[in-house]
Design a binder for this molecule. Structure first.
Ligand SMILES: Cc1ncc(COP(=O)(O)O)c(C=O)c1O
Ligand SMILES: N[C@@H](CCOP(=O)(O)O)C(=O)O
Length: 395
């Protein structure tokens, strides 16, 4: 498969692969030469995993893989009953490190090795660091992580530490950490694995491929938006399938943000092509506590070109959706992931989603990522004396 990097703003093409942005400052995307592609997979719902679609992934060597992808797509019957549309939940929390980031990291870390790098780096609200540390460990690379100190869920910090990353908390927010890691990576020659890296997003586009593989093209995909890489990647995946003649339509890409971290939502409401940063983002969904999404332009194009939309939800709505997914559908997700269902509820209430639509909500991370949020939402377990009487009294 032939491909090159192309600037989404000025269109400049690059054969070299060791860059993240264009000379003009624009974001880069991997442009595939479709005439050179030989499709060697079937959409038959079988053997789902990222590397099933290798003929559409821009790597040349054997991938660094931990068997990512192939995540369950649940028919959420109780939510469907409540909302009056057909609802599926694609649970990305079932990936090896517990989030969708693994799809990106398997490609990104493979590219790091192709480019001869021995160290990778990222800024993170948690999941990117957990995933990068895991894949760096598998590949034998050094891993450096910058986190907003005290603002990352404990499960994610634990993963990054245990997989051997050097974890540095900064007294600042995620957006500041990202600006710093971009500079330090350039100075030190670290391979940057945030979603500004176009190769990482290539792995994440396989979410679209897997959805089509299992149920065909849905009418709408609803997902949480933070740094805005995932919505851009999934849209790219659907768009490629359409350009290859493998599907006829593209789902309406619908992004959900927390009220306290909502730059994409605000831009969509004002029909703008770029954002005004939110300088002090705040939400219980720490994974999407991001005020200046690096992929804003790509995400806004994905939303407009697919006739999608954006919606904002409150922290209370997020926690209610998290509890409902867990208690009514048996799907355990972290708060940011539940934003997808909270957002779908709002879109149905506002009449944006039509009753006969087939909707896929992406739940991006596992419940166990953020145990402290669970205790805040559900309280501590009851403690009683070790006797049957005491137990019966609280049943
Ligand atoms: C669990 C979870 N959900 C959603 C997001 C948002 O994804 P994106 O940054 O690609 O918009 C992130 C991280 O960014 C995340 O960790
Ligand atoms: N939620 C993210 C934030 C960083 O996003 P990225 O996609 O640019 O790596 C995280 O898990 O750190």
């Amino acid at each position: 498969m032939e491909y090159y990097l192309r600037c989404i703003d000025c269109g400049k093409k690059y054969e070299r692969e060791d860059i993240y942005t264009c000379e003009c400052g624009g974001l880069l995307e991997v442009a595939i030469d479709f005439d050179s592609v030989e499709i060697d997979f079937k959409f038959d719902g079988n053997e789902l995993r990222v590397w099933k679609y290798r003929c559409l992934l821009p790597v040349k060597r054997e991938p660094v893989s931990l068997k990512e992808g192939g995540t369950p797509l649940y028919h959420a019957t109780k939510l469907a009953e409540e909302l009056g549309c057909k609802v599926y939940v694609k649970h990305e929390g079932a990936n090896p490190s517990g989030s969708f980031k693994d799809r990106g990291m398997t490609v990104g870390v493979t590219k790091a090795i192709e480019l001869g790098r021995n160290a990778v780096a990222c800024a993170s609200t948690g999941n990117t660091s957990a995933s990068m540390a895991m894949y760096a460990a598998k590949a034998g690379l050094k891993a450096y992580v910058l986190l907003p100190a005290g603002k990352v869920a404990l499960g994610k910090v634990a993963q990054a530490l245990m997989h051997g990353a050097k974890v540095i908390g900064i007294r600042g927010n995620f957006d500041e950490a990202l600006a710093l890691v971009r500079k330090i990576s350039e100075e030190e020659g670290f391979y940057l694995l945030n979603s500004v890296n176009p190769f990482r997003l290539e792995g994440q586009k396989t979410i679209a491929y897997e959805i089509v593989d299992e149920i065909g093209t849905p009418d709408r995909v609803v997902l949480p938006v933070g740094n805005a890489g995932n919505i851009s990647a999934i849209y790219k995946g659907f768009k490629e399938l359409k350009e290859l003649g493998l599907i006829d339509s593209i789902p309406k890409m619908s992004g959900v943000q927390a009220e306290g971290a909502n730059p994409i939502y605000k831009a969509v409401m004002e029909c703008r092509e770029d954002i005004d940063p939110v300088l002090k983002p705040e939400t219980v969904a720490t994974a999407i506590r991001i005020g200046q999404p690096v992929n804003a332009k790509k995400a806004l194009r994905a939303i407009y070109e697919s006739n999608g939309t954006a919606v904002q939800v409150s922290d209370e709505e997020i926690i209610r959706a998290q509890k409902d997914l867990a208690a009514k559908e048996g799907i355990g997700v972290e708060p940011a992931s539940a934003a997808s269902v909270a957002g779908l509820r709002k879109l149905v209430a506002e009449g944006v989603v039509e009753r006969d639509e087939t909707v896929v909500c992406i739940t991006t991370g596992h419940l166990l990522k953020d145990p402290e949020a669970v205790i805040r939402a559900c309280g501590q377990p009851i403690e009683v004396d070790a006797s049957l009487e005491a137990i019966r009294a609280v049943l």
